[in-house]
Design a protein around this ligand. Structure first.
Ligand code: HEC
Ligand code: HEC
Length: 344
């Protein structure tokens, strides 16, 4: 009896001692001097884990494989952090994104997909989430040093109309973005634009030029590139984001990295270049102009088409035919796209 009481007292004393050591004495807001690097990392991972289980797991899944409970209803599917093909970044397609890229995705969300913006989370929680989702794939440890895509000076800031006109020529005449995205010009104009950048005219064009062409992604799903006059761009419609998406490309999808294909010298020595990296900005302004032309209110049929389940077609599935009765109720469907005001 006595021994038992003594034991209990000893236990209580020990418990209170250890409590006071763990909670009372240690200021966790500041890194301890000793071994603080690893401590900081471990506590970030733990913090990230609990935030992840609270906010992300329903879609991205406990094991990070993109198979959360809600995932089977979602097109596009939530990212698989184990495979780690991150789409939106400031590095060349195929490389892992920077922390700033991940932060942008988490804070802003991805418009037109189920990925919500987590703009109210404290910065430290977002850092913790970033640290944690990197534990799902060994790719992060093996990662070679990568540098962000070059960001040339924007020559069109003060003359956006010039950028839009030039972007139209580059989009249609040089880059042929319409191999996948829709063309917004007729065949005669496409050849005229080709002439302006030193390319020979084409004699044949693909069918349905005004529509996007489905392209398989790395997971074998058929993805439809956005029609900029109808669909959302996911990672931002401000001019910097458009530059980034076009220049960097989109990992794991057909969307190429453009920044390395933008230098075509003039025909004769001394001539100005036919195409230059600055033209990436021109295309960004051109796309933004297309996006701004989107109707503020869509008819039900247009919304159904935009949110069509076959934006992504899973292997073995057929595209769902577009019918009037599908999904969304839309009488007052208002579009709001945020554009950063570019004032200095
Ligand atoms: C309601 C579902 C949902 C929730 C909740 C959700 N996500 Fe996502 N997330 C998605 C979808 C869908 C995508 C894929 C979008 C795409 O492919 O365009 C995605 C993509 C991502 C990407 C990849 C972006 C890229 O470049 O490929 C990251 C990173 C991400 N989510 C982080 C998070 C984090 C962190 C949380 C929790 C704080 C979270 N998500 C919560 C649905 C969700
Ligand atoms: C070989 C096919 C292909 C070509 C060529 C192509 N794209 Fe894409 N693009 C895609 C696909 C596929 C997607 C959608 C990827 C996804 O979200 O899964 C896409 C998406 C985009 C996006 C959306 C980014 C976002 O945030 O959602 C932009 C912007 C874009 N492309 C611009 C361009 C421009 C400009 C060109 C020409 C310079 C171009 N693309 C050429 C296939 C292509």
């Amino acid at each position: 009896m006595r021994g038992a009481t003594g034991g209990i007292i000893l236990l209580i004393t020990l418990a209170s001692l250890s409590c006071s050591r763990d909670v009372g004495d240690v200021d966790t807001s500041r890194p301890a001097e000793f071994g603080f690097q690893t401590n900081l990392q471990t506590s970030l991972v733990e913090e990230g884990r609990s935030a992840y289980l609270r906010y992300c797991t329903g879609c991205h899944g406990d094991s990070g494989d993109g198979n959360g409970k809600a995932a089977r209803f979602l097109h596009p599917r939530p990212r698989n952090f184990v495979v780690a093909n991150f789409k939106f970044s400031s590095v060349r397609s195929g490389q892992l994104p920077s922390d700033a890229d991940l932060r942008r995705t988490i804070v802003n969300g991805l418009k037109g997909s189920a990925m919500p913006p987590f703009e109210l989370l404290p910065a430290r929680t977002v850092d913790a989430l970033i640290t944690f989702i990197k534990t799902f794939s060994p790719k992060w440890k093996e990662r070679p040093q990568v540098s962000p895509i070059p960001r040339v000076e924007d020559p069109y800031r003060r003359d956006q109309a010039k950028g839009i006109a030039r972007g139209n020529v580059i989009y249609h005449g040089y880059a042929q973005c319409w191999n996948c995205h829709p063309a917004y010009a007729d065949e005669a104009s496409l050849n005229r634009y080709r002439g302006m950048v030193g390319s020979a005219p084409l004699t044949a064009f693909r069918a349905n030029l005004d529509q996007a062409v489905g392209k398989p992604n790395a997971e074998g799903e058929v993805v439809y590139p956005p029609d900029f006059r109808r669909d959302f761009v996911r990672s931002g419609a401000d001019i910097d984001s458009l530059y980034r998406s076009i220049a960097a490309g989109i990992t794991g999808t057909a969307m190429p990295t453009w920044v390395d294909s933008m230098e075509i010298p003039g025909e004769n020595p001394g001539d100005p270049p036919l195409v230059e990296t600055e033209d990436l900005w021109a295309m960004a302004y051109y796309l933004q102009d297309l996006i701004k032309q989107r109707p503020k209110k869509f008819s039900e049929e247009q919304v159904v088409l935009r949110d069509r389940r076959h934006t992504i077609v899973r292997p073995g599935e057929l595209p769902t035919p577009v019918t009037e009765a599908t999904e969304v109720g839309t009488e007052d469907f208002e579009e709001a796209e945020e554009f950063e005001e570019e004032d200095e």
